[in-house]
Ligand binder design. Structure first.
Ligand code: CTP
Length: 403
């Protein structure tokens, strides 16, 4: 899945011959899962039609502050467009527009939108080789980059003039690749290894029976997806669960019992930066596992149980660089129990769920959490979907990592 998936992309098109390539650029953004809106300078409409771009982007295309053909003469709100976007790309960016951008000139909708945009702005210059080399153009490149705008350099080749040299707009595929790489390089968990446990464990009684619990694994899988979307390399150790994850940054390891989960966690723990233990690990397992199916008898059946290893506690004992996050599912005395777990298990953060809160816990799509850190600072969050909750948890972790 592309990092552009779900992103809102605002494409600004200016009057260069390379504008004809933006049809393909819109297509590629859409294919990568982005939503696209297009603003054009009036002159760029000589090079590609708004109809082509609105058809491909499935959104209206604007080039003026209001649409004169629209009988309501609705104002095209550049501030709203600028705030809507997760990223803006100006392609092709002509020498004229680049120069105006450096000076804050605002005589068309595209320029006004540029000035209103709060998101990262990329620009892909396109012009003839001598224009590209001109000191005033070089000054525009430098000044725009000093504002934090990101330049997608032109390439060399045959130009519209017939001359050969630098100034060709980067190809649409390369523009997409450039932006994806740039986004990934700036993700807050880039370069961090994250171990996550999820789901229940099954403790065998005999070859066909086990002791388990109702954990679906949903919370842990959402945390894994969120961490991966933010650039983390995730090792997801999952007990039996129907949840799925397809992210290329998530390496899933399936286990059944607490012992298997313990072994998998210890195998990877020393190399990770963060460990988040959201699994509902069985606290007890049958002392002896019957090798044959246990037959029904008249008398009551007693199964002797022994404690499983506490994975979280064991990781706390061998902690060096890792940020260790545990979960607590409590029914009473919630905060005190959670704080005592932080101390007993040497945690940096604990995510507390109270079963007294409606919508929190195992088999729901929602959760209501409180996060407490090692200094007992407490943050309470409202009831949210598990996806949103996973974002809150990962945000807290990122804040702790960046200190
Ligand atoms: N946990 C674990 N290994 C176990 C049991 C629990 O790693 N054998 C982890 C869970 O993944 C969770 C945290 O420990 O992150 C809290 O588990 P919980 O069962 O609530 O805590 P306990 O220490 O077992 O305490 P209590 O049963 O008294 O609530």
């Amino acid at each position: 899945m592309s990092v552009l998936s779900g992103k809102k992309v605002l494409l600004g098109i200016t009057a260069g011959i390379a504008a004809y390539k933006t049809a393909n650029l819109v297509r590629l953004f859409i294919k990568s899962g982005a939503e696209v809106k297009v603003v054009m300078t009036p002159a760029s409409k000589d090079f590609i039609t708004p109809l082509t771009l609105s058809t491909l982007s499935k959104n209206p295309v604007h080039s003026t502050f209001y649409d004169s053909e629209d009988e309501n003469e609705l104002w095209n709100n550049h501030v709203e467009l600028g705030l809507w976007a997760d990223l803006m790309i100006i392609a092709p960016a002509t020498a004229n527009t680049l120069s105006k951008m450096t000076n804050g000139t605002c005589d068309n909708l595209l320029l006004a939108t540029y000035l209103s945009a709060k998101c990262p702005v990329y620009f892909a210059p396109a012009m003839d080789l001598d224009m590209y080399k001109h000191p005033s153009t070089k000054t525009s490149f430098e000044r725009l980059q000093s504002f934090g705008n990101i330049m997608i350099p032109s390439t060399s080749g045959e130009l519209a003039s017939g001359l050969v040299g630098e100034g060709r707009m980067a190809e649409p595929e390369d523009i997409i690749g450039f932006i994806e790489k740039d986004i990934v390089s700036k993700l807050p968990l880039r370069g961090k290894k994250v171990l996550i446990t999820a789901g229940p464990t099954y403790e065998a009684i005999d070859p066909v029976r086990f002791i388990g619990n109702h954990s679906s694994g949903k919370m842990g899988f959402e945390i894994a997806k969120t961490a991966a979307n933010l650039g983390g390399e995730v090792i997801l150790v999952s007990g039996p669960s129907h949840q799925t994850v397809t992210h290329s940054f998530v390496h899933r390891i399936d286990v059944k019992s607490a012992k298997e989960m313990y072994d998998a966690c210890h195998k990877y723990y020393k190399d990770v930066d963060v460990a988040i233990l959201s699994a509902a690990v069985a606290d007890y397992r049958p002392k002896n596992v019957a090798t044959q199916k246990i037959k029904k008898k008249e008398a009551a059946l007693n199964i002797a149980l022994e404690p499983t290893q506490d994975i979280l506690k064991s990781l706390g004992e061998t902690k060096n660089k890792q940020l260790l996050v545990g979960f607590a599912l409590e029914t009473d005395n919630e905060e005190e129990n959670a704080k005592s777990k932080i101390e007993r298990k040497n945690l940096d953060l604990i995510v507390l769920n109270s079963l007294r809160d409606k919508g929190a816990g195992f088999a729901t799509d929602t959760n209501k959490i409180t996060i407490i850190d090692a200094d007992f600072n407490k943050k309470e969050f409202p009831l949210k979907s598990k996806k949103e909750v996973s974002k809150d948890i990962i945000n807290e972790i990122i804040q702790k990592l960046h200190g």
